[in-house]
Design a protein around this ligand. Structure first.
Ligand SMILES: [Fe+2]
Ligand SMILES: [Fe+2]
Length: 163
């Protein structure tokens, strides 16, 4: 009964690992561009994706499965901040759609705890999407220099690296 869930959970881990790699890449690229607050947002988001991977791995082990640790996709070598934000938003959108689908599938397989995990992940990824969308909106309205000026303030960007 739980074999299907284990498969879905391993697909989810591959997605989380891909996000971690992509956001780490964005983090050091943005840091190199001098956009410290946005770089920090990407770093904190990558750490949250790592926590997601761990939560999913715990569930796989509980169900008696193996954690495959495959990485879902290659890192895209994007150098412009706005293009990074667009990519990050699309990654989150894909995760949201996938986890919503997986939650329904787990429900159909009478695996409520995995369903709940996927629902919690949907909420977390929606939060990530919202933060990236906010930053993307600021760059569109004020231009990329906004990201450099933001660096003179202390702390993370508004709507920041909280959760
Ligand atoms: Fe995640
Ligand atoms: Fe995310």
């Amino acid at each position: 009964m739980y074999d299907t869930s284990i498969g879905l959970l391993n697909t989810a881990i591959a997605d989380e690992l891909a996000a971690i790699h992509q956001y780490m890449y964005f983090h050091f690229r943005l840091d190199d561009l001098g956009y410290a607050p946005l770089a920090n947002l990407l770093k904190m988001t990558a750490i949250q994706e790592m926590q997601h991977a761990e939560m999913i791995a715990e569930r796989i082990l509980f169900l008696g499965g193996e954690v495959e640790m495959k990485v879902g996709r290659e890192v895209e070598k994007i150098h412009e901040a706005q293009a990074m934000l667009e990519k990050a938003k699309s990654l989150e959108q894909e995760s949201i759609a996938m986890y919503n689908k997986f939650a329904v599938e787990c429900s159909q397989n009478a695996d409520s705890a995995s369903k709940k995990l996927f629902e919690d992940l949907v909420a977390a990824e929606e939060g990530h999407w919202d933060q990236f969308d906010r930053q993307s909106d600021f760059v569109q309205r004020f231009g990329e220099s906004y990201l450099a000026l933001q660096s003179f303030q202390s702390g993370p960007p508004e709507g920041g690296a909280g959760q």
